[in-house]
Design a protein around this ligand. Structure first.
Ligand code: SAM
Length: 206
């Protein structure tokens, strides 16, 4: 792993993902999580302050990057929540079938190398009646924006730690065995359109 990936990129991700417009998105989805929660791609722990602590039992915090886990540590310590680290990739989830009540995933599905395999694992561990709460950026509906996303994606992926600009988030989730319950899509204000088309809401095991 290069110096850029180990030291610079985690700080950049923490900074961009902590911007006010993204924090607004977190407030729309994270407080909905209840019970035994699994967060996929915990990152630097920016979702922690948005959990409703009266409704959360514990949080499995899955994060494969040691640098991100280091950045998250002070937020975990401050949170007072029962946060249980899982130092691995979403594709390798070790939790038992139907063992979590909520899965939270924010700005992670763009980066997971085998997104379909990870979503299969999410589907497996979520109990019937449980919910996936998510917010992701991805493929835009406008042909012009989409062309730029496709053009920029190879360079962007290298600079942004494997993040893809052009994944079709709603269909990726739906084709992994989920019913989309309450989903919204929009360009976020103040963000470049090629990276700013967001899909957020909740999905249930179908
Ligand atoms: C853009 S960051 C978002 C972090 C966090 N979810 C947030 O909202 O701030 C993407 C995260 O996905 C993590 N990631 C990369 N590959 C992954 C994988 N295979 N499984 C789970 N998470 C992964 C990265 O380490 C990084 O922390």
């Amino acid at each position: 792993m290069s110096f850029y990936e180990r030291r610079i990129l985690p700080l950049l991700v923490n900074c961009v993902c902590g911007s006010p417009v993204i924090e607004h998105q977190r407030r729309l989805v994270v407080p909905q999580a209840t019970g035994r929660v699994l967060e996929i791609g915990f990152g630097s722990g920016l979702n922690l302050e948005h959990y409703d602590r009266t409704r959360v039992e514990w949080i499995w915090a899955l994060e494969p990057s040691a640098s991100m886990r280091t950045l998250a540590a002070p937020r975990v310590a401050r949170s007072g929540l029962d946060v249980r680290p899982l130092d691995m990739r979403g594709e390798d989830l070790p939790l038992p079938d139907k063992s979590v009540d909520s899965v939270v995933m924010t700005y992670t599905l763009c980066t997971i190398p085998d997104a379909t395999a990870a979503m299969k694992q999410v589907r497996r561990v979520l109990r019937p009646g449980g919910k996936l709460h998510f917010c992701e950026h991805g493929a835009a509906p406008d042909a012009g924006v989409r062309r730029w996303q496709d053009r920029l994606d190879p360079l962007w992926t290298r600079l942004a730690g494997g993040c893809h600009l052009n994944r079709p988030m709603a269909s990726l989730i739906a084709s992994s065995g989920f019913r989309l319950d309450d989903v919204q899509m929009a360009y976020l204000p103040g963000t470049p359109r090629f990276a700013g088309y967001n899909t957020w809401g909740a999905a249930s095991p179908g």
